[in-house]
Design a protein around this ligand. Structure first.
Ligand code: PMP
Ligand code: GLU
Length: 397
């Protein structure tokens, strides 16, 4: 029998990747689909980074690298953390992987197993809960709706902690909501965690540079949690390098060692050329990052203005990332041609089939009445997509 393992059977496929795939399939059939589903910058990788990769090919960076990544790259990341975040790390505390996705998964698999609980604030990025399942650990979901700007409070965190709590996963700026925790809000969470010295904080900061609220704040800055926070970051979003697959952690040494052990048996060090490209990203000029951020900010304002014109949706203006996450509660339960829209996943399918706009239903993010739209797209596509969505919603009865 073709029977996959129990471990795989409980796993859901990635909804973000699935919706993007569906959109590509419809496009291949000649349908004019606007893809606002997958979250990736629509810019090309900056020239100086591509040049460094070409040089790495010519200089024969074709051999296995150390499992944690080249020392030169890890030193570049240490300098970045010092310069941009005011945080001191040694290269031994940095582990590079094939994308931040692998970095998060390495950490979860390294620290958690059956009997352990991991607190995951919802809305969450789709992959966290699946990685926790893969580890055999238990997701403890803490919900924050649009009224609280999708951010959990210190008292909600405290109420979720038990003697089985192993870790908290924080994502700021957030995918899917775009919300950004302020320094004071992070400080309040760190204040609670100060009372629980065994809880590890996984702080996913992949959208660090796509932040319109000002300076990026990391929970790692707080002394009470500093030595048990794992920062996850990478080059995918800041430098438009999603396909290069290069992410990293900055973590306590014991977790870094565990991730190296795991990765050493699983994938080895990440691609050598991507590592050299990432090194150029961190050591080279940074004006490309600011230019992309300001384009995203302009598009955020555009999509928010257009979304605000759609009747009966509730949309907040996010401070970061490149997503909006409107609440469509008043449309759930309506019908189209007698077919009911039961939750946001149905709504996303409806919008894809009827409006030819690809989005991702909030169900997969733990928010069944919301839908995520990525505005990493041209102004023209954003304008056309929102007009189609408005029209399609008006056709629901
Ligand atoms: N964390 C979050 C919150 C993300 O949105 C993504 C995007 N895929 C990742 C991690 C993984 O990024 P990477 O492309 O580096 O694997
Ligand atoms: N993080 C992006 C998203 O949420 C890329 C797809 C993925 O890796 O899930 O759309």
């Amino acid at each position: 029998m073709n029977q996959v393992s129990e471990r795989l059977a409980v796993l859901s496929p990635s909804e973000t990747l699935a919706m993007s795939q569906k959109s590509s399939e419809l496009k291949a059939q000649g349908i004019d689909v606007i893809n606002l589903s997958v979250g990736e910058p629509d810019f090309f990788t900056p020239e100086h980074i591509k040049l460094a990769a070409k040089q790495a090919v010519d200089n024969n960076y074709s051999f296995y690298s150390p499992v944690a990544g080249y020392l030169s790259l890890r030193k570049a990341i240490v300098s970045k953390l010092k310069k941009e975040n005011g945080l001191e790390y040694s290269p031994d505390q940095i582990v590079c992987s094939s994308g931040a996705k692998q970095s998060v998964c390495n950490v979860i698999l390294s620290i958690a197993g059956p009997g352990d609980e991991i607190i995951v604030p919802a809305p969450y990025w789709v992959s966290y809960v699946e990685m926790v399942k893969l580890a055999g650990a238990t997701n403890i979901i803490v919900r924050a709706d649009i009224k609280q700007d999708f951010k959990i409070t210190a008292s909600q965190l405290e109420a979720a902690i038990t003697d089985k709590t192993k870790a908290l996963i924080l994502c700021s700026p957030s995918n899917p909501t775009g919300s950004v925790y302020t320094k004071a809000e992070l400080g309040a969470l760190a204040g609670v965690l100060a009372k629980y010295p065994d809880i590890i904080i996984i702080s996913d900061e992949i959208y660090e540079h796509i932040n319109y609220a000002g300076k990026h704040e990391s929970i790692a800055q707080f002394e009470s949690v500093r030595d048990r926070t794992v920062i996850v970051n990478g080059v995918s979003k800041a430098y438009a390098m999603t396909g290069w697959r290069l992410g990293w952690i900055a973590s306590p040494e014991w977790i870094a060692e565990a991730c190296v052990k795991l990765q050493g048996q699983y994938t080895s060090g990440p691609g050598s050329i991507s590592q050299k490209a990432a090194e150029a990203a961190y050591t080279g000029r940074q004006d490309c990052v600011a230019a992309m951020r300001s384009t995203f900010e302009r598009r955020r304002d555009l999509i928010i203005d257009l979304a605000s014109e759609i009747p009966d949706i509730n949309v907040s203006k996010p401070d970061g990332a490149f997503y909006i996450f409107p609440d469509f509660s008043s449309y759930i339960g309506k019908t189209f041609n007698g077919k009911p829209v039961l939750h946001s996943a149905d709504l996303a399918i409806y919008l894809l089939e009827e409006a030819h706009v690809a989005s991702v239903g909030g169900l997969a993010f733990g928010a069944p009445s919301c839908v995520r739209f990525s505005y990493a797209a041209s102004d023209e596509n954003i304008i056309e997509a929102m007009s189609r969505v408005k029209k399609a919603l008006a056709a629901l009865k």
